[in-house]
Design a protein around this ligand. Sequence first.
Ligand code: PNS
Length: 158
Amino acid sequence: MSTVLYPGSFDPIHNGHVDVVAQAAELFGNVVVAVMHNPDKPSGLLSTSERVRIARESLAHIPGVTVEAFTGLAVDAASSVNALCIVKGLRTPGDFEIEQQMAHTNFSVSGIRTVYVPCQPGLSHVSSRFIRDIAQHGGDISSMVPAPVAAALAAAFK
Ligand code: PNS
């Protein structure tokens, strides 16, 4: 049984994230979901505390999972929880290009490795950005997100 760190923006968490957490929990035992800041996505929808609360509600059914907010570097967050490695989900070849560069960078500065988990085929289209767009215009996001997310976004765009 090991602990792994799953960092992301989670703005909001969606069914693809939940699937990756479930797979990681099955493989490693303990998963720390790290709600972090992505400098490429400066204008978020939900506050950090809302992202954490909603992620906790959405992941409560998976044993071995905790959700925390972290500032700074993902590798420092991983060290602080004694993580064996960082886990990232892959949906598309585009994800791989971005994640591979981050994985190599994170390894070169810290020695912490990244393990990729492929998402279920039926979830490869799911993206937080599109979910925000659709919710903002009153569309139906219920097939892509856990119930707490649908409720939070409905309230945010009321
Ligand atoms: O869900 P996202 O937006 O793809 O997650 C990206 C995230 C938050 C994991 C990435 O931006 C990150 O690791 N941020 C923390 C700062 C950091 O470690 N930067 C160096 C990356 S090589």
